[in-house]
Write a protein that binds this ligand. Structure first.
Ligand code: SF4
Length: 364
């Protein structure tokens, strides 16, 4: 027998809480308790379970319950959808399985309201079948004990956790083994501040050895960051102003002014493409010159490198662009444009007075 299971079961036999559903191996009552324990604290379930077991000792008894009765039976527990699913399951058992909860794993899983976890709990606890029942407590214990750092909901972590449990399982006491793991997660390997000093399997716990017991399991998959190379133009507009455009209504930061560009999230591969797309966007003509510097900026998961070009507008369509001074505190410059003024050498110098030619002729 693996040492992990021996230590865990010895601890469970000694320390487990005396809970009413642990005094029965009736599959219907195990089922009821597992459904009640979803999203509800053990203390709230205790009294409700005892009452329910007395009123509805069989699936057939609950199958006959009307809605009012169902609500009364479930009072104090909340999440009534669970109760309705349980009744659907009880009705299926009454109608299709002569009122007996089936012991076949595949048939169990076909019943309304029974998923992998509940199936594993019923099959192992009531029928001694070596199925796993992996809930959040169990995931946490195993992710820590095995030092699994993949996000716990990822397919990779789930596979590793299931394999680790299967390799450590006590197949002679599968129900107790599953419950012991859950109990360890519930009273020792707590989400915050695990009580490692009381843990029966602490000796070979990888998280504890590396001081990661509070940082595992990792819960979220970090979205991969996206790199964007965007460009803006610093085009003088006379009297210390530069050309800008107003962010359209409905867009993020609507109404703010932004340096001439296509937006921080638009990747622009090279200068020729930039010139062409500026022309399309603003119906104006531009000359794009040297790169003056760049600014780094993060927007959600986008890591933006904004290349700042010197340049000018050689023909300007009416109403598309405005002139504004970088140093005018009354101008609602976007954060990113302010960053450019602060960080790119020459950004202010370039906005020194030069007169822009007035619009001439047709559209660019
Ligand atoms: S040693 Fe600590 S972190 Fe490791 S399984 Fe036990 S309680 Fe959890």
């Amino acid at each position: 027998l693996p040492r992990f299971a021996t230590l865990l079961l010895q601890w469970y036999d000694r320390e487990r809480r005396d809970l009413p559903w642990r005094r029965t191996r009736d599959p219907w009552l195990i089922w009821v308790s597992e459904v009640m324990l979803q999203q509800t604290r053990v203390e709230a379930v205790r009294a409700a379970f005892v009452r329910f077991a007395a009123d509805y000792p069989t699936p057939a008894a609950f199958a006959a319950a009307g809605d009012d009765e169902l609500h009364a039976a479930w009072r104090g527990l909340g999440y009534y959808r669970r109760a309705r699913l349980l009744r659907d399951g009880a009705r299926a058992v009454a109608a299709l399985h002569a009122g007996r909860v089936p012991d076949d794993a595949a048939t169990l899983l076909s019943l309304p309201g029974i998923g992998e976890y509940t199936r594993g709990a019923i099959a192992s606890i009531a029928f001694d079948q070596p199925l796993l029942a992996i809930d959040g407590n169990v995931e946490r214990v195993i992710a820590r004990h095995r030092g699994i750092s993949a996000p716990v909901r990822s397919a990779a972590a789930r596979r590793q956790i299931a394999a680790a449990i299967a390799a450590r399982q006590d197949r002679r006491r599968p129900g107790d083994f599953n419950q012991a793991l859950m109990e360890l997660g519930a009273i020792v390997c707590l989400p915050r501040a695990p009580r490692c000093g009381l843990c029966p399997v602490a000796a070979d716990c990888r998280a504890r050895r590396s001081g990661r017991q509070e940082s595992l399991p990792s819960l979220r998959r970090r979205p991969a960051s996206v790199l964007v190379a965007a460009r803006v133009l610093l085009a003088p507009a006379g009297r210390g102003a530069v050309l800008a455009h107003r962010i359209a209504a409905g867009a993020v930061n609507a109404g703010q002014l932004e340096l001439v560009g296509l937006g921080a999230l638009v990747h622009v591969a090279d200068v020729a493409v930039f010139v062409q797309r500026l022309r399309q966007a603003f119906h104006s003509r531009f000359q794009v010159g040297d790169e003056l510097g760049s600014v780094r900026h993060s927007i959600t998961r986008h890591r933006v490198v904004l290349r700042v070009h010197a340049g000018e507008c050689t023909w300007r369509a009416p109403h598309e662009l405005v002139a504004a001074r970088p140093d005018d505190a009354g101008v609602p410059w976007s954060t990113l444009s302010r960053k450019v003024f602060d960080r790119v050498a020459g950004a202010r110098r370039l906005s020194s007075p030069t007169l822009l030619p007035p619009p001439t002729g047709g559209r660019g």
